[in-house]
Design a protein around this ligand. Sequence first.
Ligand SMILES: [Zn+2]
Length: 683
Amino acid sequence: MTRRILVTSALPYANGHIHIGHLVEYLMTDIWVRFQRMRGHRAVYVCADDTHGTAIMIRARQEGRSEEALIADMQAAHQRDFQGFQIEFDNYGSTNSPDNRELCEHFWKALRKQGLIVERDVTQLYDPLESVFLADRFVKGKCPNCGAPDQYGDSCEKCGAAYSAIDLVDPYSTLSGAKPELRSARHYFVEIEQLHGFLEQWTQSGEHLQLEVANYLKGHFLAEPLRDWDVSRPGPYFGFELPDAPGNFWYVWFDAPIGYLASTAEWCRARGERFDDWWRSDDVEIHHFIGKDITYFHTLFWPAMLKVAGYSLPTRVHVHGFLTVNGEKMSKSKGTFVMASTYLRHLDPAYLRYFYASKLSPKVDDIDLNLEEFAAKVNADLVGKVVNLASRTARFVDRLSERYPEDEGLFEAGAKLGDDIAAAYDACDFARAMRLVMSLADRANEYIDRKEPWKLKKDPAALDTMRDVCSVALNLYRQLAVYLSPVLPKLSQQSAELLNDDLSTWKAASVPLAGTPVGKFQHLLARVDMQAVSKMLEETLSTEPAVVAEPTPAAAGGSALTDSDEPLRAEPIAAECSIDDFAKVDLRVARIVAAAEVPRADKLLQLTLSLGGDERRTVFAGIKAAYRLETLVGRLVVVVANLAPRRMKFGTSEGMVIAAGPGKQEVFLLAPDTGARPGQRVH
Ligand SMILES: [Zn+2]
């Protein structure tokens, strides 16, 4: 029976680029969807960028552009990254879409109608300079428990204490440096406790969740009354305004999952499908793939919202663990916080697709990308076992034997194992599927090693035997290529060309090919080069900020529509110069890797700049009044790189950082747009 399956991955947030940790989920989902299609099912994979919230608003302000421009750029970058890893969506939308707004209003009306919305005032820290309420990550201060300075508003990195932002000692806004005020504002809540009975039943039925997830919910949340869910934020906020409470906006987590429906609606319109056939139909399975950190939203709030609004409930929520690299959290300082685009500059996406597949199981365990193991496994399995079957035999024949020869039962055994492999894929036990496929590869290689077609080739009397052996080898290879297709779509495509065959259905693995031409053997997959892996880590170290850049006080000014002529009057434009004069000044992009106070200097900070690789410069800059030290490290600046070194009272300055403004607190460092890399020349 043909299943109709709607599949989603969690929506990537528009505040950052896709990295190899994110890719666990998108690759997992893509593999599962491709598998279902090979089995003849109708699977539709939708996703979207998650675009709303304070973080986006602040970043757009910081970059001096509109939120719409910021999220459009980020969406394009996300889609490029996904494409690079052969992750194919049927529709990729945005939560900032008219469809999503309309659907949010529909959900809201339903929640109101069933009496689930309550309102009350919430006291929160407020930044009086930026005029925004401060989410926990935008407040820092001394830990109320151990006194460690510069701790975030929710927990202390030093002692691990969790607290409320209003308990911080000497708090300051990381946006402006201002001391936050306590302010009260109206918030809207969903009384999810009213659906407790339904959620108990839905989560514990054994049908929709992994057992460990169901137990986690039971132990952590369902044993007590569920807390009301705060779904609104007072303006200014980048999001959708509540239709019946102007000045208030839906919290980003309210509209994000609704984005699954909005993206489906877009797809339906483009394909002439009926939306209700997908989200209000008993014949459709809905599968969500998510990381364990957002379990609460997807297994409690989300089914509750869908139920209230009258949509289909998820058939299954597949929860996966996080990625560690070399046994540790991904780390910027170790170069293991690898962006998707950085990976693609150095390594073949097929490697990561296979390696993740070989690690993924239906458990919620974290998976580890040990880079040595990564190279060894890909080289041993894909290159040594799979591709090797074709490369050792395809060159010897231009046609398969007219009848499929006797093969000691190998093909038949492989065809039979297809059911087990399919069951493993269907259950998201890709690790098991890969093990089964590799067991077939081992048997095939053992056969070739024994038959030695390269020796038969030299004996004119053995040419028919040689053709039969190669025909068996290529058919066994083809069977593997079919089973690996969901994981390695490109290899499958190349193999289809080599064998003049269609490998896009699972059935292809159960009928051997005979009497068909064999194409010219083309290189299929190279070995993983550990040097390329090292280069990828080095590039990550030199291009990714050491800390996530936070807006600086100086950069946070509002933008007026009409600019004052005061700066030009204060400092008129200099005498004309030629392009050659300008070319003498070598301006370079640099990253601030360290910033320190200079004892007894009231204006200067000592900056250590990286120009890429080992090239470092020490520069003294008169920006002390305008910037806090911790906001400087990691950010990109522009430096005059060929300025003659200047001896100063405190040391030698090896260059000059470019900034605008009259001085004191009004100094504005120039920053290149995202994507620029240290060492690049400014022309
Ligand atoms: Zn502490």
